[in-house]
Design a protein around this ligand. Sequence first.
Ligand code: GLC
Length: 478
Amino acid sequence: MSKLSLLFVSSEVYPFAKSGGLADVAHALPRALNAEYAVEVCMPLYSFIDRKKYKISKRSEHFDITIASEVHSVELYGCSCEGINYCFIYSPLLCEREFLYGTPEEGYADNALRFGLFAYAVAALLKEKQHEIVHLNDWQSALVTLLIKEDMSIKTKSLFTIHNLAYQGLFPRHALEALAIDSKHFTMDALEFYHQMSFMKAGIAYADAVTTVSKRYAQEILTPEFGCGLEGFLKHHEKKLSGIINGVDTEHFSPAKDKMLALAYDDLKGKAENKKASLKEIGLRGIKKPLFIFIGRFTWQKGVDLLLEALPSMAAFDCNIAILGHGEAGYTTKLEELAALHKNIHLSCIHDESLSHQMYAAADFLLMPSLFEPCGLSQMIAMNYGAMPLVHQVGGLKDTVVSYKDFDDKKEKGFGIAFKNPNLTAFLGAFEEALELFANKREYNKICRHNMLCDFSWDKSAQAYSKLYKKITHGEKS
Ligand code: GLC
């Protein structure tokens, strides 16, 4: 029997373009599915992608796509990387940019048109190639669901994954006309969201199945607290909604084969060597002191406000804190001020993949006070690197980190420190628990050793996706 063919669509894929966890998922999940499916991954060919380095070459096919009487010429490019075939979509409008997304103030007011064109190009690809399944991710590719529902000649079934409901692709109503979408879709039960046009709603309304990246988040988004105004709409589509937890790419993130580290390791002794090397490198002192790290984007979602509030109290303890990330300027400035004030806080405001690996290897604890977290990958990476996560018990963090108080070596679960409410008292309480646990070396080491052996690979989750693909391809086009 020939393999089912799958087109996996994402606006970012590591190593070509990355702004967050979506790029890691779009890199690893297709590879986990590659044995069972004929997979092709599709993304925009942003101008900053190094075509030479990845041997990206022009394909003979191209499309002229007419949207609201504007003709856009779209070229296709391709390459093969780590066993996966990539199809890149190029048009100047979509790709000649410094950033992936940007804000209207940064000159990205035409994002509706950019990613609308991306969706039209994907639909054109599907018309030509008729993949059995298209897997779409986040608002940037959500409109494909609508375009293929409208075109009866496209038989492809669609799965839409929400990686983060807080980013919905909301645009002024006139985007509808600019994208030549029939106004009959501008209703409450379709694209309209408080008088604006929502790309995300298209994905939810028209996909054959909808997933989020953890079971817990799939439940949370049905409530006003986490539903970002879409809870009622999601509830209406609840039957086709499910949660599949992300995995970690164990080729890329494995301390035993990690070439980015001072020393690859598979035990706590090797980890200690990495800690020593990293502390020296970043100028922090005290190998015996617990090292807390924060790795992530500086945005409200990641709990940076809480972190900022807690840092002065944390720094007063005998510990080290290293922060790596980048993001909103307001947060960066405040973090810089704190790092200048406390010599046991180190800050690196860059995007540096190697440094992040080295930090996981060096750390004793990973701080993740996220206000909400659809899945989160860092906590799983940290556990495999022998660093204990300290998390707000929410979304994917709740699904992947069990409290150390319930430690059970027999359980195939990762353990860490978890706090229930995202407030200063709870966060600092968890921090003090961490210090106490760290002082009890035997207990702490036992848990870390267990976490290092936990299987957070994509295997099980890829199977869950596979089951879902089969379910939707067996159903009729609804
Ligand atoms: C988004 C979410 C994060 C998730 C990632 C990949 O960045 O905020 O929780 O892990 O997507 O699905």
